[in-house]
Design a protein around this ligand. Structure first.
Ligand code: HEC
Length: 399
């Protein structure tokens, strides 16, 4: 029996990462929605006098809920006050563990692509960690600069900087490694906003209220700015989380640009929902078709261009030799590559029947993108990729 403890550990951490991530983003969506849907108290009078600035009725799960938001603080801080922070912290912690196991312990496999940059494992990890820490420092400085007063310009500058990071990282890492680091930079900014700005602001708010002093409005203002940034980050970060299932994104030669484009789609959609929540759905509606068209324009632009057609018939023997030389060390029942106990993703490329059955995925992974061989560890050449493409365009026969 082979007990793959590491695989199971990874599965558990990934599961936790998803659960805490859903709890965090779900709560944050809910509060943004709540804030934007509050209405002034119905009857002028008692509630207003008690300091209630907005209220909202909802029905959910078989009950009616009445939520009230105080303009400042309630007259007394209640015994039980719920905070929302551990979801964020555990999402980051589990994400960081995953990043470490997969991309740092497995740097040679997932992070480094020697056909992109021939760097050492140590250098790759340092660049990765540096980009995450540096990302937060630059973002935080930006927030403390006068730029913060102009939302539009701030957004543009931040978007440009992140796109530059995406471009820079794609020059040193595998496509997948670059994507995950842009995600890690954004996720870290989001959680650091919670840890360093939003929660301390709330602590100050509560302690001022306990002393019966008016809270310093700067805390509220800062927390609001940072929450808004987090709000626009959510959809792009979620995209990056699922992107590793789609090599046509990160594996594209312009993967970094594609990431910027798809992130923009996410931001537009998020912006529409924010407008809708403010009762401006009609004005904002145009954003949806724009996002839709942009998404499919990206898909169209990213499509692999079909090139020259073959002149002679490609023999299956040639294809089989290439596959055995470049793929089978990992994709076999018993891989000879010691990093793998079992064939990755269950894909076996030993017999001609197996190769023929996987022809579509082989094309996706080696011709449409250069995702496989992983990190080009087995040094597949462009000439060989061309032969695979021709073989498939000729009907992928195994004769
Ligand atoms: C160094 C080991 C290694 C080599 C060499 C390698 N692969 Fe892979 N392959 C992997 C790993 C690991 C995965 C799973 C990637 C993931 O987790 O998404 C994979 C996944 C795949 C998949 C499934 C992709 C999916 O998500 O549906 C296909 C198809 C594939 N490889 C084809 C190939 C082909 C064709 C070659 C040779 C040209 C090749 N691989 C060479 C390690 C390797």
């Amino acid at each position: 029996m082979e007990f793959e403890l590491m695989e199971w550990f990874q599965l558990a951490v990934r599961w936790i990462h998803m659960i805490t991530g859903i709890a965090w983003i779900g709560a944050s969506f809910y509060f943004v929605w709540l804030d934007m849907n509050l209405t002034p108290p119905e009857k002028e009078g008692c509630k207003d006098k008690a300091g209630v600035g907005g209220e909202l009725w909802a029905v959910h799960g078989g009950g009616f809920y009445e939520v009230q938001k105080y303009r400042l603080a309630p007259p007394a801080i209640p015994q039980t006050l719920h905070w929302f922070k551990y979801e964020a912290y555990f999402t980051w912690i589990s994400g960081f563990i995953l990043l470490t196991i997969l991309y740092y312990f497995g740097a040679d496999i997932y992070l480094i692509d020697r056909s992109i940059a021939d760097i050492s494992t140590d250098a790759a990890i340092l660049i990765g960690l540096g980009s995450i820490i540096g990302g937060w420092i630059i973002y935080d400085l930006l927030c403390k600069s006068p730029l913060i007063n102009n939302q539009m310009i701030f957004g543009l500058v931040l978007f440009t900087l992140l796109t530059l990071a995406s471009f820079g990282l794609s020059q040193v890492f595998s496509g997948r490694g670059a994507y995950i680091h842009v995600g890690a930079i954004m996720g870290t900014i989001m959680v650091a906003n919670v840890l360093m700005i939003i929660i301390p602001g709330q602590v100050a708010l509560v302690s001022a209220a306990k002393k019966g002093e008016p809270p310093d409005p700067v805390y509220g203002l800062r927390a609001k700015q940072r929450s808004l940034h987090n709000n626009y980050f959510t959809l792009p970060v979620l995209f990056i989380m699922i992107s590793n299932h789609y090599p046509m994104t990160y594996g594209n030669p312009y993967g970094w640009l594609l990431l910027a484009g798809i992130s923009l789609v996410g931001v537009l959609v998020r912006h529409f929902f924010n407008m809708k929540n403010q009762g401006r759905a009609k004005q904002g509606f145009i954003l949806l078709p724009i996002a839709f068209v942009l998404f499919f324009a990206i898909a169209y632009a990213a499509a692999p261009k079909s090139e020259d057609a073959p002149t002679e018939k490609i023999s299956f023997a040639t294809v089989e030799t290439i596959i055995h030389e470049r793929c089978t060390s990992c994709h076999a029942a018993k891989p000879t590559n010691t990093d793998f106990e079992t064939p990755p993703k269950g894909v076996r490329l030993e017999t001609s029947a197996q190769i023929a059955r996987e022809k579509t995925r082989i094309k996706q992974q080696t011709v449409d993108t250069k995702t496989m061989p992983l990190g080009n560890l087995t040094q597949m050449t462009d000439e060989e990729r061309k032969i695979i493409r021709w073989w498939i365009s000729q009907g992928a026969s195994t004769d």
